[in-house]
Ligand binder design. Structure first.
Ligand SMILES: NC(=O)c1ccc[n+]([C@@H]2O[C@H](COP(=O)([O-])OP(=O)(O)OC[C@H]3O[C@@H](n4cnc5c(N)ncnc54)[C@H](OP(=O)(O)O)[C@@H]3O)[C@@H](O)[C@H]2O)c1
Length: 347
C-alpha cells in the first residue's frame, strides 16, 4: 500500500503530538516537521529520527547550534501530499497561499478563522463532508469536546438546543507568560463566548449558547453542558450511549476521579505518553436527565484531544477511508484510545 506523505508545519504542543501520531499510522509516512527555533524541541525531533525542516532564513541558526536540518519548508512541501499546519493561531492563514501553490492538501487547526479551509471538521459530526477536500480545519479543543458529545447524543434524538459553560485552563503546562495566576476571568464578560459560533461552523443550525471563564490551571478544561433533545430519554440511555461510543470515556467521582488532577494522575499511572487524554472524559456521576433535558460535566485535555481528529482529517482529504467508522477504528487502535471507562471498567 502506498503511504500518504505527510508534513507537519509547527512542532509545538499540537504539532509534536500530531507528528508522533502520524508515525503510528499504517497508511501515512511522516516526511518531516518544521521548526523555526533551534532549541531542545528541535533536538528532540532529531533524536526521534524525525526529519527537521525550517524557514530559509533560519537554516544558518540551526547549523550554528549543530542541529541538522534536511531543508526548507518549500522543499518539504515538494515532497508531500498533505501538510498538517500546527503553527500558532493565525499563522496558518499566511501559509495557505504557499500550500495552494505547491498543490498540497492542508489540515489547519482551530486557532485559524473558519474561512481558512473549505470545511470545519469534527470526525463524529461531519467526516463525509471533508472527503477529498483541498483543505480542512480541525476545530479547537473546546469545540472538539462539545461536538463529540453533541453528535454522540444526537444518536438518541435531534439535539434541539445546547447551553454550555466552559471553564478554561489558563495556559498549557509549558507556557510561562500567560495567566491568570490568581483570578477567575470571564472570557469574555459578554455572552455568548465564541465557542458557540465555532460549534456552528460544523452544526450550522444548532441553537447553542456558550459562556466561558478562565481559571488558574494548566491541566484541562471542564464543561458543564445542558442539552435539550427532541424526545424523552432516560439516564441509562445516555450513560450506555457514552459508554459505547468512540472518543468518549466515562469516569466516576465515586471511584476517586474527583477532578482534572485525578484524570491526569491516572493518565500518568497508565503510562500515557505525555499523560495525554485524547478521549473526552465525561463524569458518569454528573449525567442527569429530566425528560428531554440532559445535563453532564466533561473534561477536555486541550493538548491532545484534537490529535485523533487531525489524523482522521488527513484520511478524509486523501480519501483513505470513505466512512468515519473506518478511520476511527485505525486511529483509535494505533493511538491506544479507550472506550467505556477511563479506568478500564465501571467502578
Ligand atoms: N495548545 C492547545 O491547547 C491547542 C489545542 C487545540 C488547538 N490548538 C491550535 O493549534 C495551533 C497550534 O497551537 P500550539 O499550542 O501547538 O502552538 P505552539 O505550542 O506555540 O507551537 C507552535 C509551533 O509553530 C512553530 N512556528 C511558529 N511560527 C512559525 C512560522 N512562522 N512558521 C512555521 N512554524 C512556526 C513554533 O516553532 P518553534 O517551536 O520552532 O518556535 C512551534 O513549534 C493553534 O492554531 C492553536 O489554536 C492549540
Amino acid at each position: 500500500m502506498r503511504r500518504v506523505k505527510v508534513a507537519v508545519n509547527g512542532f509545538g504542543t499540537i504539532g509534536k503530538r500530531v507528528a508522533e501520531a502520524v508515525l503510528r499510522q499504517p497508511d501515512m509516512e511522516l516526511v518531516g516537521v518544521v521548526k523555526v527555533t533551534p532549541d531542545y524541541g528541535a533536538r528532540y525531533a532529531v533524536s526521534r529520527g524525525i526529519k527537521l525542516y525550517t524557514l530559509p532564513d533560519r537554516v544558518e541558526a540551526f547549523r550554528r547550534r549543530g542541529i541538522e536540518v534536511e531543508g526548507t519548508l518549500d522543499e518539504l512541501l515538494d515532497r508531500v501530499d498533505v501538510v498538517i499546519d500546527a503553527t500558532p493561531g493565525g499563522t496558518g492563514a499566511k501559509y495557505k497561499p504557499l500550500y495552494e501553490r505547491k498543490g498540497v492538501k492542508a489540515v489547519f487547526q482551530g486557532g485559524e478563522k473558519p474561512d481558512v479551509a473549505e470545511v470545519s471538521f469534527s470526525t463524529l459530526c461531519n467526516y463525509e463532508e471533508a472527503l477529498d477536500r483541498r483543505s480542512v480545519r480541525v476545530v479547537s479543543c473546546n469545540t472538539t469536546g462539545l461536538l463529540r458529545a453533541i453528535c454522540t447524543l444526537s444518536r438518541l434524538g435531534r439535539v434541539q438546543s445546547v447551553r454550555a459553560t466552559i471553564v478554561r485552563r489558563a495556559a498549557d503546562p509549558k507556557e510561562v507568560k500567560r495567566g491568570p495566576v490568581n483570578a477567575i476571568v470571564p472570557d469574555p464578560a459578554q455572552l455568548p463566548s465564541h465557542h458557540a459560533e465555532d460549534v456552528k461552523t460544523v452544526l450550522r443550525d444548532l441553537d447553542i449558547v456558550t459562556a466561558a471563564v478562565v481559571v488558574p490551571t494548566t491541566l484541562m478544561h471542564v464543561h458543564v453542558v445542558y442539552a435539550r433533545l427532541s424526545s424523552r430519554v432516560t439516564r441509562e440511555d445516555v450513560l450506555s450511549l457514552f459508554e459505547d461510543s468512540p472518543r468518549i470515556v466515562l469516569a466516576s467521582a465515586s471511584d476517586g476521579i474527583k477532578s482534572t488532577a485525578d484524570v491526569v494522575e491516572l493518565a500518568r499511572d497508565m503510562g500515557r505518553p505525555r499523560y495525554d487524554v485524547p478521549e473526552l472524559v465525561v463524569w458518569a456521576d454528573s449525567v442527569t436527565v429530566n425528560g428531554d433535558e440532559v445535563m453532564w460535566m466533561q473534561a477536555v485535555h486541550q493538548e491532545s484531544i484534537v490529535v485523533p481528529e487531525n489524523i482522521d482529517a488527513v484520511r478524509a482529504v486523501m480519501g483513505l477511508a470513505r466512512r468515519a467508522a473506518d478511520t476511527i477504528r485505525v486511529t483509535d487502535e494505533t493511538l491506544g484510545l479507550r472506550r467505556g471507562w477511563l479506568t478500564g471498567g465501571p467502578p
